[in-house]
Design a binder for this molecule. Structure first.
Ligand SMILES: Nc1ncnc2c1ncn2[C@@H]1O[C@H](COP(=O)(O)OP(=O)(O)OP(=O)(O)O)[C@@H](O)[C@H]1O
Ligand SMILES: [Mg+2]
Length: 423
């Protein structure tokens, strides 16, 4: 590579001779983008959308919290939504059917005056009773600490257990959006991410116009892509303009919260997948949050990096508080990820964290499992892949661990609403 002083162009030397670097890189980007498009069209033809599998009646019963026998009884009596019947009379329900069953059972319980039972079948929050929207940020600036994996499984678990969930992809790398079948560079255009609702210039869009429904009933998505990164550049400029006396609207830390008010009434829980950096986006997400999950992979380097993260977060949130930002979390929990129980040093680090932070470390760790990483290869979660695709013990162990983590978080959400533990 050489810079010619007279023209100030950067040139790249390759077999075909010299080329200006911007043109060469742009050519590579175009070539790659064409190939990605072609690959994607082979893998996901435009007509083939991601779909969700059906659930066996046993799974449906467990999700709703009734016995399989009771569901069979309902189906024999022709009451409520009816299952599909497969080979050997096996009954299957779609997640939409499971949602309809919840409503059916909740209505029946209400007719008998049993409100607490109705709420177990259909756990939607009651705004009038002061049950506020839960906004949970999944964060840590350590790359690969399991933020996206935890966020997507939590969002799906909450939808499977009957909550109305909004997942927000706040990472310009858009891994969460990819899990929902989006190729952000191809499927989205300008202002299709949260940035569209929090930008300083132009007309910000309403968040309700940006939210997309997904193939997962009860779970909506605000996708992400590279444009989110603009918030990191635009914020310092906006702060300067404000110093010059211009009105810039809410300060950066209040902008995500302000955007959320547009859709709050439609959801019980918002799950935000934060980028692996402590910038304005993450700070704004933290300030919009009622609760925080810090994902930690229990290795010494990761824990040391988390230490830095905690110091910086505390400092920055202190600055935000002095500037008038309100910060009160219902809960902050450390979530141990990719845990290998037979690894001595890892177990030691988890023990060390528990002795330091006590109950702020979730009791259930998320174990490392090939079921999760393998499902991830085809952009699927553990809840999407069927048990038949794995060795049973592998699948069951991963599912047990994942459900234990998410049930613990669900209980914290319900506790924040002043509800008792789910039975
Ligand atoms: N419990 C687990 N078992 C096995 N693999 C896992 C597990 N959790 C996460 N992984 C894998 O680890 C990798 C990193 O996880 P993930 O993308 O969730 O981290 P992240 O914190 O979101 O990363 P980034 O900082 O880049 O956003 C992924 O390939 C994921 O499939
Ligand atoms: Mg991620």
């Amino acid at each position: 590579m050489a810079v010619t002083p007279d023209t100030a162009t950067v040139r790249i030397e390759d077999g075909a001779g010299r080329q200006s670097a911007d043109i060469a890189i742009a050519a590579d980007a175009h070539a790659l983008s064409d190939q990605l498009k072609a690959m994607r069209e082979r893998l996901f033809p435009p007509t083939a959308q991601k779909t969700l599998r059906a659930f066996s009646s046993g799974e449906a019963a467990r999700l709703i919290g009734v016995s399989d026998g009771y569901l069979r009884q309902l189906s024999l009596a022709g009451e409520g939504p009816q299952p599909e019947t497969g080979n050997g009379g096996r009954r299957f329900y779609s997640l939409a059917d499971i949602g309809a069953l919840r409503r059916y059972l909740a209505d029946q319980a209400l007719a008998k005056g049993n409100t607490s039972k109705a709420r177990i079948y259909l756990p939607w929050r009651d705004e009038a009773a002061g049950e506020h929207l839960q906004v949970i940020s999944v964060t840590n600036f350590k790359g690969g600490s399991g933020k996206t994996t935890s966020a997507v499984h939590l969002a799906q678990y909450l939808a499977l257990t009957g909550h109305r969930v909004l997942a927000i992809d706040l990472d310009p790398q858009a891994s969460l959006s990819a899990m929902f079948g989006y190729q952000p560079e191809l499927d989205l255009s300008g202002n299709d991410t949260l940035y569209g609702a929090i930008r300083y210039d132009g007309e910000p869009r309403r968040l309700s116009e940006i939210v997309r429904s997904t193939y997962f009933p009860g779970l909506d998505l605000v996708p992400g892509n590279l444009e989110l990164q603009e918030f990191e550049h635009a914020t310092p400029q906006a702060l300067l303009r404000r110093q010059e006396g211009h009105d810039i609207g809410p300060l950066f830390f209040a902008r995500i919260q302000a955007a959320l008010t547009d859709v709050a009434k439609d959801y019980d829980v918002v799950v935000i997948d934060c980028p692996p950096q402590l910038g304005y986006l993450t700070l704004s997400a933290l300030c919009a949050s009622t609760s925080v999950l810090v994902t930690v992979h229990p290795q010494m380097l990761d824990v040391a990096s988390m230490n830095q993260f905690l110091f910086m977060t505390a400092d920055l949130l202190g600055v935000v508080r002095e500037a008038g930002g309100e910060l009160n979390f219902d809960f902050l929990r450390y979530l141990v990820t990719r845990f290998e129980p037979n690894d001595g040093p890892q177990a030691q680090i988890v023990g060390f964290m528990r002795s330091l932070f006590g109950g702020r470390v979730l009791t259930a760790p998320m174990v490392k499992s090939t079921a999760i990483s393998d499902a991830g290869l085809t952009k699927q979660t553990l809840y999407e892949v069927g048990r038949e695709n794995f060795t049973r013990t592998t699948y069951d162990r991963a599912m047990e661990s994942m459900n234990a983590v998410n049930a613990e978080i669900e209980a914290l959400v319900h506790a924040a609403w002043g509800r008792e533990k789910r039975g």
